[in-house]
Design a protein. Structure first.
Length: 179
């Protein structure tokens, strides 16, 4: 069993002063995560349970990501171990409070059962694909779909002039998106 130093609940400023990160000006419970796979489990006063499973590249190294799972929404999906995993709602927020990922509108069988937070540093992630080889942006794709709709809805006026180019463009875009 991992040796854990049990630190007391403290203020955000006190947690920051001893090397931990602070978030919101509320009481903090600092926990130093040992090397190796390690899970923290928490429960609210209402009995709502959540787990934070810290994992590394192997079972004995420092943590590189954390799997987060909420256990009490009351819904499940089949998992890879021939069992079931709980599903829940989650969203991610970026600059200006904009939600860039939001599971709430998804159908039940598409809701996440695990949220993974990668604990990499800037520059550690793999290089991004070259913009010229990336699929068309939404506006370009919308224009392409408008052209296709025009040919389909009024083929006599548009099919001869636009058909071959449109077919080639649609085929190329579909191939890029399948990569």
């Amino acid at each position: 069993m991992a040796d854990i130093t049990d630190l007391p609940v403290m203020t955000r400023d006190d947690a920051v002063s001893i090397g931990f990160a602070g978030f919101n000006d509320v009481p903090h419970k600092p926990v130093e995560i040992p090397d190796g796979a390690f899970t923290i489990t928490a429960k609210t006063s209402e009995g709502r349970r959540i787990t934070f499973s810290f994992m590394g590249k192997g079972y004995d190294g420092p943590a590189r990501f954390v799997d987060i799972q909420f256990h009490d929404r009351g819904t499940v999906i089949p998992n890879a171990d021939n069992g079931v995993s709980p599903t829940f709602n989650a969203f991610a927020i970026t600059r200006g409070g904009r939600h860039i990922i939001d599971s709430r509108p998804l159908d039940e069988d598409e809701k996440p059962s695990i949220v993974v937070v990668l604990m990499d540093k800037a520059g550690d992630e793999p290089s991004r694909p070259n913009r010229t080889s990336a699929p068309n942006k939404d506006r370009v794709l919308a224009d392409l779909l408008d052209r296709a709709a025009t040919v389909i809805s009024d083929p006599h006026d548009n099919i001869l002039a636009d058909h071959s180019d449109l077919v080639d463009t649609l085929t190329a875009e579909a191939a890029r998106r399948r990569r």
